[in-house]
Design a protein around this ligand. Structure first.
Ligand code: HEC
Length: 146
């Protein structure tokens, strides 16, 4: 009887946990579709021939460098969207794990709202130079991105 009750409570707890996790990632997916997919495509493949990088299997590597981590926020598509800082942080956390989960380093600490606030206030002077610098550094470290 007591065990049955406990098991029931546990099952209920797990279901609630799973449901809230699903709803949270649904919100990120919708934000991605509304704010980013117009350029990046629903699957993150972009249009490399028109300067919109393929993010799949790549953006996780950027997290290995502080300047790469910052770049994913400072890039205009992220920093100039109409999403607030908290939604931007959770969107990026969802994006790196969804589009490039295998490349995300094991010690990755998720983006936070405060970090996004700080980086949005510190825009890149030259986006493509910043990107080239990060990619060159990653290639030197042995991570091929292109
Ligand atoms: C108007 C088109 C456009 C939209 C909308 C857009 N981006 Fe981008 N994004 C780009 C382009 C172009 C680049 C390449 C860097 C640059 O020139 O800004 C890029 C690069 C990026 C990168 C870096 C990828 C890399 O390998 O350099 C990230 C991360 C990114 N965008 C995230 C987002 C997010 C998140 C959103 C939605 C909130 C978004 N973008 C919306 C055009 C867009």
């Amino acid at each position: 009887m007591a065990m049955g009750f406990l098991r029931c409570l546990l099952a209920f707890g797990m279901t609630t946990l799973l449901a809230s996790a699903t709803i949270a990632s649904e919100r990120e997916r919708i934000n991605y579709l509304l704010h980013c997919s117009g350029c990046h495509q629903a699957d993150g493949s972009g249009s490399p021939e028109s300067g919109i990088p393929d993010m799949r299997g790549r953006i996780g590597h950027y997290l290995r460098l502080p300047e790469g981590r910052a770049y994913l926020v400072q890039v205009p598509g992220t920093s100039q969207s109409s999403l607030n800082d908290r939604d931007t942080a959770t969107l990026l956390n969802w994006m790196v794990s969804t589009l490039s989960g295998k490349e995300v380093p094991a010690d990755f600490a998720p983006y936070t709202r405060d970090e996004v606030t700080r980086l949005r206030g510190n825009p890149l002077a030259d986006v493509s130079a910043a990107r080239t610098q990060v990619i060159t550094r990653l290639q030197q470290m042995g991570y091929r991105n292109e």
